[in-house]
Design a protein around this ligand. Structure first.
Ligand SMILES: Nc1ncnc2c1ncn2[C@@H]1O[C@H](COP(=O)(O)OP(=O)(O)O)[C@@H](O)[C@H]1O
Ligand SMILES: [Mg+2]
Length: 248
């Protein structure tokens, strides 16, 4: 379990996080929903110690990671798999090499074991055929899937996904959502997914937390969030006509 307590962070002279409180339970998909620029990526980077808060704590299974030194953080980061917002694949590496990279860096597996592991991960995201392709040869959805395979390569306890569906057409977005749901169910891992898209939040979230003006303003199961009456949720529903699709 991850407990975020009173997290404050200013960046570039602007107070981005103003006291974020959030519980992230194990074995579920927690979605952090919020408008673009609200501080979602900044919050996510705090969870793996890439950014340190000005105030507040992040307790991971009883340990406050905000007080840890770099060496301890390296140990912590091994427990996380991260799908970055821009995919962040290495352009000069093939898909297989991208997925193999964390295994080469962080394990002492043999070449053959790595190949097997890469094959397994690519199969899980339905990308076996793209083994030898370079990122520039992939569609947006395939890039996200390759990035997900790489995030899963080290069998992390916790998977962080930053905007896994942004920039994708609805079909590719639905494929990624399904993949995240299936992966979570199969592996029972903890997922934290960031999105600005209420549709994505509703289709995959076990819990949804709405980040607005530096704080979590609504938090609960999808149906609770939909019924919260929060003006932002109402605006989302109106704009995307989500209500109709979920039978509201
Ligand atoms: N390293 C940084 N230096 C200065 N400002 C930053 C930095 N990282 C993020 N910000 C600012 O913090 C705010 C939140 O950014 P971000 O977390 O990326 O938003 P989003 O919710 O879209 O992921 C934005 O105003 C952004 O410009
Ligand atoms: Mg972001």
């Amino acid at each position: 379990m991850i407990e975020v307590q009173g997290l404050h962070k200013s960046l570039g002279g602007q107070e981005v996080l103003k006291g974020v409180d959030l519980l992230i339970p194990d074995g579920e998909i927690t979605v952090i929903l919020g408008r673009s620029g609200v501080g979602k990526s900044v919050l996510l980077k705090h969870l793996i110690g890439l950014i340190r808060p000005d105030r507040g704590r992040i307790i991971l299974d009883g340990e406050d990671i905000t007080r840890m030194g770099e060496r301890q953080l390296i140990r912590i980061r091994k427990r996380f798999g991260m799908l970055f917002q821009e995919g962040a694949l290495f352009d000069s590496f093939t898909v297989a090499e991208n997925v193999a990279f964390p295994l080469l860096e962080h394990t002492s597996l043999s070449e053959r074991e790595i190949e097997e592991r890469v094959r397994e991960k690519l199969r899980q995201v339905d990308l076996e055929d793209a083994w030898n392709k370079y990122p520039s040869e992939l569609s947006g959805g395939m890039k996200k899937r390759a990035a997900l395979a790489r995030a899963l390569a080290l069998d992390p306890d916790i998977v962080l996904c930053d905007e896994p569906t942004s920039g994708l057409d609805p079909v590719a977005a639905a494929t990624i959502e399904k993949l995240i749901l299936e992966t979570q169910r199969r592996l029972s891992k903890t997922f934290v997914v960031i999105t600005h898209d209420l549709k994505t939040a509703l289709s995959i979230g076990s819990r949804i937390a709405l980040l607005e003006e530096g704080k979590i303003v609504v938090e609960g199961r999808p149906e609770e969030v939909l019924k919260s009456g929060h003006p932002l949720i109402e605006a989302y529903i109106e704009r995307e006509e989500i209500g109709k699709e979920v039978g509201r």
